[in-house]
Write a protein that binds this ligand. Structure first.
Ligand code: ADP
Ligand code: MG
Length: 345
């Protein structure tokens, strides 16, 4: 009895259902799962053969009957059944071996997800055993997780650069004052690298390689130490059709990222222009907070600060802000309950 009680106390969950990564927080424990939002499906059998990290390794490497897909790719639920399957899989994995006491679940979802999709996310979590499912908009959860004082009457700006979407929001006492979501984030940066390699080096590379280049060599703003940085990239030579290794410079990759980055910067500027003056004054004092995996791109804080004239900070753990935010909401449920967004909007 005592055991069951202890488990039942620690089963409440906060989930970040991201376009690139899903994270799960269990109250009293912290983050217990962090996996890519990828599912590999056998199309003949119509069954999933891998979920998460294992499925991500299969991206671009599957035989013809298997597809590795990202059900939330562009910040909307592109493939409903698969999203549901993935969510259930992760919830059950966290439950594994424990007494299954129906938990309360708080789920952070991209703000562009429609009412119908919201209901379906709630339904999927309920089917996986949740007793009480609440949704929270990702920018709100990210701001809470980044430690911004969202409950105070002061303006806070959060910019969450994920895989599929960048969400810019100004928050204050009443929750979200204004927000904007653009479908340009980490994935588009990867695409820009892919196109650059093809156009300039005649080299065809896969999505994983492009992401690798972006993370290791990419930057948003010139800095002295990356002037000499180079990387050997493996791919298929467009003309000969044969595998080839090409050396690329950091400066080239920075150049290739300019266009998608300018779309992100414009979204931040537009939101600032629409911000009521008192809140804008607060943001000038407090600065802009960056979250999401894209905040880890070298020099992105300098770029945004340079373009807007406002000090820009990177959250302590950008990839974990949303899930930490859902965790804080779970643990201060009554106090933070008003931040939940309804299923219909
Ligand atoms: P989502 O919330 O959409 O699931 P995440 O916040 O998990 O997205 O961020 C994923 C994105 O962050 C990916 O596009 C990934 O390439 C990018 N990313 C992760 N680490 C880095 C890094 N060190 N530098 C640049 N981009 C990064
Ligand atoms: Mg996210």
């Amino acid at each position: 009895m005592g055991l069951i009680n202890r488990f039942s106390l620690s089963r409440d969950m906060g989930i970040d259902l991201g376009t690139a990564n899903t994270l799960v927080y269990v109250s009293g424990k912290g983050i217990v799962l962090q996996e890519p939002s990828v599912v590999a499906i056998d199309q003949d059998q119509k069954t999933s053969i891998a979920v998460g990290e294992e499925a991500k390794r299969m991206l671009g490497r599957t035989p013809s009957n298997v597809i590795a897909m990202r059900p939330l790719r562009d910040g909307v639920i592109a493939d409903f059944e698969t999203a549901e399957l993935m969510l259930k899989h992760f919830i059950r994995r966290v439950h594994e071996g424990k007494a299954l006491v129906s938990p309360r679940i708080v789920i952070g979802i991209p703000s562009g997800v429609t009412g119908v999709e919201r209901r379906a996310v709630i339904e999927a979590a309920a089917q996986a055993g949740a007793r009480d499912v609440r949704l929270i908009d990702e920018p709100v959860a990210a701001a809470i997780g980044a430690g911004l004082p969202v409950a105070e009457p002061t303006g806070n700006m959060i910019v969450d650069i994920g895989g599929g979407t960048t969400e810019v929001a100004v928050l204050s006492l009443q929750g979200t004052v204004l927000s904007e979501s653009v479908r340009v984030a980490g994935d588009e940066l990867n695409d820009a690298v892919t196109q650059y390699m093809k156009k300039v080096h005649n080299l065809v590379i896969g999505e994983r390689t492009a992401e690798d280049i972006k993370i290791k060599l990419g930057s948003a703003y010139p800095s002295e130490d990356d002037n000499e940085a180079t990387m050997e990239v493996r791919g298929l030579h467009l003309l000969s059709g044969l595998p080839r290794i090409v050396a690329v410079k950091a400066a080239e990759i920075r150049e290739s990222l300019t266009e998608p980055l300018s779309i992100i910067v414009e979204a931040v500027k537009r939101t600032l222009e629409r911000t009521p003056p008192e809140l804008a004054a607060d943001i000038i004092d407090r600065g802009i907070m960056l979250a999401g995996g894209g905040a880890l791109l070298k020099g992105i804080d300098t770029l945004i600060s340079h373009e807007t004239g406002i000090v820009t900070h990177i959250a302590a753990e950008p990839l974990c802000c949303v899930v930490l935010g859902t965790g804080r909401v779970l643990e201060n449920f009554k106090q933070l309950e008003r931040f939940f967004s309804g299923p219909v909007r």
